[in-house]
Write a protein that binds this ligand. Sequence first.
Ligand code: UTP
Length: 296
Amino acid sequence: MTNHRIRKAVFPIGGLGTRFLPATKALPKEMLPIIDKPLIQFVVEEALDAGFDQLIFVTGRGKEAVENHFDTAFELERTLQERGKLRVLEDVRACSLAPGSASYIRQQEPKGLGHAVLCARHLVGDAPFAVLLADELILGGAAPALTELVQTEAEGNVVAVAEVPQEHVSRYGILAHRGCSGKTCVAQAIVEKPTPEEAPSRTAVVGRYILSPRIFNYLERQEPGPSGEIQLTDAIAAMLKEGVPLTGVHVSGVRFDCGARDGVVGATLFRALQDPTLAAVVRDTIDISNRERIAS
Ligand code: UTP
C-alpha cells in the first residue's frame, strides 16, 4: 500500500450511543470526556499525528457539538484572553482545526458503521483512507495507534487488533488467523460479533482501519446483519473472500473500549494515575470507599 498517498481520515460519529443513555440523550457519545478531553479529540489528534490532514466526520442528528468543538470559539477565546487565562486559552485554541481541513456529512439514519463509512464515499474519492472510531481509545503506546498502522508494510486492508477476553468477543469483529508474526497477523477471515463459542480467535479489531477505496463497492451491496445494521466488518470479510488481503496489527498502546462503561472508567483512571494530583485523589477515594465498606 502506498501510504504516502493516504491523507483522508473518516470519523463515523452517527451512532446513537444507547449504552450511555441518558447521558447521550442530548450529548454525543463522542463528546464524553475522559477527564477534560472529549473522546473525539483523542482520535483527531491521533490522525493528525499520523499525517492525516483531511478529516471527514460522518455525523447524525444531535451531533452539532462535535462540529462546534473543532471550530473557533471567538467569544470564549476573547473572554479567556481578557481574564488572563492563557494556558486554558491555548488548550481551547488547539482544538480548532486548520481552515478547510474538516468536512462534515450527515448519515441521515443510524444504519450501522458500514453505512456511515459508505456516506463518506464521495469525500474520500479513490485513494486508501483511514477510519477511526472515537469510542476505542488507545493510550500510552510507543507511537499513536494509527501511526503504527501506517508504518506497516502490508497490501490491502490493515486493521488494529488486540487480544480480548473470551467473554468480550461478541463486542467486536474477530479475525481468524494462523498465528501472528511479531505484531502482525494475516487474516483468513473476519467475523462480526461472534458468540464466545463461535469465535475463531480472541484477536479483535479495535477501531482503527486503513481501507482500500474498493470497500465502497462492497458496502453498497452489503445486506444488513442480524442487528439490522450494515456492518463494516461484513464488507471487509466479503473483500477478503475475493482476494483482497487483510492484515491485523497489534498496536502497542493500552486500549479502552469507551463504547462501554468499563472502558470509560478504565481510561479515566489510566489518565488520572498519570497526573500526580489526580493520582492522589484516586488513592484517597479508594481508601474512603474501603473504610465505608468495612464499616457497613
Ligand atoms: P457502536 O457500535 O458503538 O454503536 O458504534 P453506537 O450507536 O455508537 O453505540 P451503542 O452500541 O448504541 O451504545 C461504533 C462507532 O460507529 C459509529 C458510532 O458513532 C461509533 O463511533 N456509528 C455507529 C455510526 O457512525 N453510525 C451508525 O449507524 C452506527
